[in-house]
Design a protein around this ligand. Sequence first.
Ligand code: NAD
Length: 482
Amino acid sequence: METKNINPFDNAMRQLQNAVETLRLKDSKTVRSKIKLLKEPQRIINVTLPVEMDNGEIRNFQGYRVQYNNCLGPYKGGIRFHPQVSLDEVKALSFWMTMKCAAAGLPLGGAKGGVVVDPKTLTEGELERLSRAYVRAIADSIGPDTDVPAPDVNTNGIIMGWMVDEYINVKCQMSRLHLPSARADGGQANVKSIPKSKISKKEKEYLSSTFTGKLLKDGGSEGREEATGRGGLFVLEAVLAKQKTENRSRKIEMTVAGRQIASHATTAFDVASQPRLTAAVQGFGNVGYNIAKFLHEHGFCVVAVSDSKGSVYVPDGMNPSLTLECKKKTGMLAGCYCSGSVCDVKKGRHITNDELLELPVDILVPSALENMITKDNAKNIKAKIILEMANGPTTPEADEILFKRGVTVIPDILSNSGGVIVSCFEWEQNKKGEHWTKEDVNKKLKKKIEEAVDAIWKISKELKTDLRTAAFVVALKKILKV
Ligand code: NAD
């Protein structure tokens, strides 16, 4: 499928426009100027990163940090390493972060970072030097109260560890520069950084709060690694419960009224009558694997998963943990048809990524990249619910087709908000010098998600609109204070 020409930022702005029109705002000057502000990022940082390769050559990489909007708090958003990273993609992702944090009621704004690189072509040493170079280039613009990055596609807790370490190095050097003795000898060449051992535990913890999604040993939060997936499960369960209640009351209403009542798109799927819901998950990285695992553990039947090289289809339902083990052992997902406690080539078959999206399942879970569901394949999607775990997987044209067909699209800014919610908890813990238990984190996450689903569902009913527009409206009301 050709998706290269679809501009994610244009899509994001169309989504914003839909929500602004749905909200029918009184056109005050302040509101107008705030909306205008939301149409462009507040700051774009464009950096060239010279990195020494293992063979001694210096290669330049292109990097970005887009600080979209901070009217609700410090900028917040992940860092993506991918060959297709572009300024428009980072702008779109930073805008979605702004809306996501607002819809989840977090005291944070939105940002995103990206480096144009295929990390699979780098050695571990090269990847570390690139990660450190990126932080050095943006260090002046980030900080616990300014901008707080996190992992995204192809970055993880290990990379966050290198980044935090580099950030602390830079901060130590900067502090030394302010000492009179350092200033007296006139140049950076003679300046030695403050040894890290001289920083107090408290200071280190505070500086560490500049990054979230860290490993536990580096000050990460319990539950952060799987938070996006866990949050996705909480969102899905909350939405299914709403649909169930609505279908029940619709049936009563139908009996009372004695006639067929036109079904709204979000209630077209009668969850109550389904025995074991089936799901297909596109993407098998942090988000895809974890949502597949949680769905499996909570009684859903996951029949297919994919990665960038292809998909596996196991019609009787797969075991995601065993599938991951198999992928690690064999180096590829293809051939890992794992169900129950065994992997057996007879249990499944290889399908293409396009076929995965069109499987006859109840729930489709895009968990890879943007623009996967477009006007070209939306009409072929058979799922009744799309749980958008990736950012921006559905184009506005596809959204319209799906809505008319009665497919419930649970939007990315709600479905995958578990990641940033627990990142916010991590930031809070680091700043306060606390460490919460996993139970505490998961309990707080569930509460936040249920509150967000309640608010978005209510608005979708009030304004008779789809869940994406409703989620944007909830976010806009917080940002515009209307
Ligand atoms: P990841 O790098 O861990 O995994 C990405 C996965 O997608 C890999 O399995 C990759 O092989 C697969 N993939 C790439 N192109 C594909 C294609 N064309 N078809 C099928 N699979 C493909 O990244 P991640 O952290 O899991 O992020 C996935 C998505 O979730 C992104 O959109 C990201 O922005 C979003 N997200 C991530 C987090 C987080 O906490 N990591 C939070 C919120 C949203």
